[in-house]
Design a protein around this ligand. Sequence first.
Ligand code: ADP
Ligand code: MG
Length: 358
Amino acid sequence: MKENKIRLKFKGSKHHRLLAFLLIIPMVFALSACSSSTDEKDSKESTIELYNMDTYMTVTAYGENADKALEKVREEVNRIDKLLSTGLEESEVYKINSGAADALSEDTYKLLDKSLQLYKDTDGAFNIAVYPIMEAWGFTTKNYKVPDDETIARLLTLATPDDILFNRDEHKIAFAKEGMKIDFGGIAKGYTSARIMEIFKECGVKSGKVNLGGNVQTLGTKTDGSKWRIAIQSPDKGDEYAGVLEVADKAIITSGGYERFFEENGVTYHHIIDPKTGKPAKSGLQSVTIVSDDGTLADGLSTSLFIMGKDKSVEFWKKHKDEFQFVLLTDDNKLVASEGLKGSLTSDRYEVEFVSDK
Ligand code: ADP
Ligand code: MG
């Protein structure tokens, strides 16, 4: 019967045919999206492993929609990687950096917007325009070298986000100075894990987790209703964790000098650049873990607080305590955490000090 009705409409006037066509488009989309299940008591676990963005990722979802959701995740992670990869000539970021970008994609628009906001909020610690300095240190090619002071001073003049001309109406970007380049490496993983949570929700998955090389985001609770136990990695990457966090529905993102580094003449140089010096940040911290509802923010802030060091981080948190909590591992082997994590952070390895917002 229904089929007949549709056929009848197609036989109608041009106007009717257009109407039927317009009605069918959303129907087709609705069918191809993951259908949400009404009864999700199923706790079947599905997991995929991916290698993207220079990291191993493990994505786990529960319930009867898990497999479908994970297929979508695989496609989405690939898509984001191709968009943001600085080294890939077809990527949007590559085109931006070579002055050949058209109107920005929705993803890049959002990342640029968030990055420029973070630049302001963090008093310049989060700076996507440090990319030419990353290149000079060889972090982009793995041909590591210590640049001379003159080179650093010259490249610092290009690390000026105020010279990124972002036309929000036309979705366009240009640089005011020749040689400027940007890179979303400081927030891309958090953005990706946040997107994965969105896909889970669209697909009717209510419980799931992603681990992107030590950066974790969780959806809901475990299927038995208990919280997730997420380990904070130790700088030596040994079996003993720096700490464990019990959370639900949160991103837990860590930045550390031990993630990517090289050694020259007995000195260790890592990949988080202090935009004030053009050198690897030395702020008395071994790692920073951010806990937040917002994965993109958590990633941006883990990089930023690592550069700020303990005192500035605490001050910053006092102003933004509704948006995130933190755990700092200091050079003298102590954990300093915001008081919102009392009851969820434990450590067998380090002494923990909680700071209050007073
Ligand atoms: P990881 O990628 O190891 O998890 P981060 O989230 O801290 O660690 O990101 C480090 C990356 O961020 C660097 O590889 C580089 O691409 C970029 N980056 C380095 N310094 C800065 C900075 N001051 N502001 C923004 N991004 C930065
Ligand atoms: Mg980060």
